[in-house]
Design a protein around this ligand. Structure first.
Ligand code: SF4
Length: 222
């Protein structure tokens, strides 16, 4: 059984899939306490549902894109068969995780959106860095920035753990060390849109348990 906080249909407000209609499955519970968390109601509130029930809840919207979020969705082991069932049904499946748990067992084909918690979150020390060492081509990395210090931290993480690893993968082990030209290329990657920036998603004005329309971008905050 899964403990589910809510299932609803809205517009994806984050990631490179922003703007697409999407069904969100928000799972209950989180073992982090980010200072800016806007979904504390997902820490404890939820109802027990079988994977079949969740699939039925998703299917009622007739939407091909599904995001599993939380809370922290990887805390519940039945999230794995849920992801596989959604994939097998031909859906685009995304999972948004707080980045502190291993995402290795997420099925291939699922788009993993991995949060990196910056110092302003108060949870930076919990990051599971191997998640960034083993990024897949469809993965996306997300930073919520509170201030300039968070921005500098995020830039450093991207330069050292994302760009550098991609260059290593392209060069192979034992090749020449990184040069200033590598740094210039990394800068070019940023300017050419390799990284996508978006404004902080506004806090949902009020929870809507009656099914009325939700504004875009209000759905994801692991
Ligand atoms: S923002 Fe996400 S990861 Fe952080 S406490 Fe809230 S639900 Fe947990």
């Amino acid at each position: 059984m899964l403990t589910v906080n809510e299932i609803f249909h809205s517009i994806q407000g984050e990631s490179t899939h922003a703007g697409r209609p999407c069904v969100f499955v928000r799972l209950t519970a989180c073992d982090l306490r980010c200072s800016w968390c806007d979904t504390p109601y997902a820490f404890y509130e939820g109802r027990k549902m079988s994977v079949d029930d969740v699939i039925a809840g998703v299917e009622q919207y007739g939407c091909d894109v599904v995001e599993i979020t939380g809370g922290e969705p990887l805390l519940q082991k039945e999230v794995y068969p849920l992801m596989q069932r959604l994939l097998d049904a031909g859906r685009t499946v995304m999972i948004e995780t707080g980045g502190h748990l291993s995402a290795d067992a997420v099925p291939e084909g699922v788009i993993r959106v991995i949060d990196v918690k910056c110092p302003g979150s108060g949870e930076a020390g919990r990051m599971h860095w191997p998640n960034l060492d083993r990024l897949r081509p469809t993965d996306e990395v997300k930073f919520v920035l509170r201030d300039r210090a968070d921005y500098d931290y995020a830039r450093d993480v991207v330069a050292r753990r994302v760009h550098a690893r991609r260059r290593q993968a392209a060069q192979g082990p034992g090749d020449a060390p990184l040069t200033s030209e590598d740094g210039r290329r990394a800068g070019h990657d940023r300017r050419s849109g390799y990284e996508r920036r978006s404004r902080r998603v506004p806090r949902r004005a009020a929870r809507d348990r009656d099914g009325a329309a939700r504004g875009p971008g209000t759905a994801t905050r692991p």
